[in-house]
Write a protein that binds this ligand. Sequence first.
Ligand code: GDP
Ligand code: CA
Length: 320
Amino acid sequence: MRIVVLAGGIGGARFLRGLKDALGNRADPAGEETEITVVGNTGDDITLFGLRVCPDLDTVMYTLGGGVNEDQGWGRADETFSVREELAAYGMEPQWFGLGDRDVATHVVRSQMLAAGYPLSAITEALCDRWRPGVRLLPMSDDQVETHVLVDDGSGRRAIHFQEWWVRHRARIPAESIVSVGADGAKPAPGVLAALRQADLVLLPPSNPVVSVGSILGVPGIREAVSAKTVVGVSPIIGGAPVRGMADACLSAIGVETSARAVAEHYGPELLDGWLVDEADADTEVAGVAVRAMPLYMSDPERTEAIARAALDLAVELKG
Ligand code: GDP
Ligand code: CA
């Protein structure tokens, strides 16, 4: 069986860990091999101090490779922040982004390889040689696509990088719009369309529907390739609120209500075949989409595995 997962950061990485557990524990009399290809969001990527940082790819890589800070859900375990303190002592900006010392090594490797001319897909593969995430991790595109947010904080309208809006301002400045800069001319990274073509099913973890899954689907060609498949998604919204983070601010910016139903309708029945919602949203109905309710908090490995298994089972059922 071949599965493709479109993943952002924490929600995507935790779901993927559950999916690996579910597949590992699945009775498989045929001894069939399952292959997971992850198409990772690169819209959050940013250049800081000359280093190219890919937060969502790294969150997936560290989580599945056993190097993540478990409490935080992103960044490295046992992290220190000497580089950041030294940069601050020089008055270097920005100071709102948490670059850890261990994490910096990843960005140094990536930046050095980029400067040597390697594409991000090849670099991600090289980094994964160390982390062995147990999935094939592909960036959505080798071309630079950055999410920017058009804000008006009273001093006039301006576009800021998504990370500045999200990390520095905690998404508290209202967003007028969210723009995927460079998406129009971007191509899916090598292997992305082929993986989708060969996929038996596609899963959408409870990742941010706008700036994670939305950015991936915004790379020309990906939405069509995904829509051709049996697709099951997991709602990141429970009882009208995001489980963590400020996805509600992203949804308002694109005029979508913060509810499990509205997110499914935003993806639409031409893309989505099945939708898992939390028990709190058990009355959700979406035309043209099979909705199932179950506890959707990924609070421990067992519950996370159960969510992934339910998504998988629903996809297999809908595929018929
Ligand atoms: P990010 O890039 O680190 O923000 O991570 P993602 O885009 O992958 O995921 C963020 C989304 O995951 C948020 O909108 C959260 O609501 C959702 N999320 C986080 N933890 C959980 C959980 O335990 N259950 C569900 N259903 N959604 C979650
Ligand atoms: Ca992200």
